[in-house]
Design a protein around this ligand. Sequence first.
Ligand code: SAM
Length: 248
Amino acid sequence: LAIAPSQFQNQQIILTAEQQHYLSRVLRLREGDRFIAMDGLGHWWLAKLEGNQAQILEPILQPNTELPVAITLMAALPKGNGFDEVVRYSTEVGVVAIVPLVSDRTLLNPSTGKLERWRRIAIEAAEQSERQIVPTILDPVPFATALSLAKDKNYICVARGDSPHLRDCLQNKDFAGSGDSPNPESRIPNPQHPSIAIAIGPEGGWTAAETEKAIASGFQPVSLGRRILRAVTAPLVALSLVAAAFED
Ligand code: SAM
């Protein structure tokens, strides 16, 4: 169960109503039953349910399930609830941060409610896939702002044209890490992780001006193959390629 740092008080965890419901109604735990609590920063504990609280029993040393590369997904908001899937799947594949983009052709107006929902989905997906960290979901930003968040290596996925395949660009992994680890407070031993940003456009694609600005900011245009992928599918394909190239 993912617990916010503010919920820890000495050796106790103050559970929210939603967490109490999840533990007792969904997982069917009873008073005194044990469960694993995680803080999303790489720390796990064995905890014991005590009414609306839980007692921390002992720390658990989990095998590191994080990727040896810090991937940030910058994805234009698709229409409807499409971003829910983007958040869920990219968390499962292993991103450390997701930047919702408002691009020239973005159709969705991001609301605070949606942002909270995406953060909840990221927590659920991180729990489900037994990750040490919960990815950060940034507030939605205009495309130009996202370009200033560039990493060691930056790719913009372009659906048409003759860009090289992302797979081929990743074969040359000689870019050094800047020490941008998934989380500096985490105990995950990854001081040399390279950091990568992947940008994905909306249903209508990028405008020519956006692609040009991205290239001028150091983003390399890449292809994900000859087929046109949906704005929801493209992040999953791109992230899987990066994960496969780096995972040992
Ligand atoms: N009609 C749009 C166009 O021509 O760009 C298609 C946009 S596609 C539905 C949404 C986004 O997914 C694109 O902006 C791009 O970032 C990514 N994408 C989809 N298929 C791709 C491919 N084969 N190669 C690279 N990126 C792709």
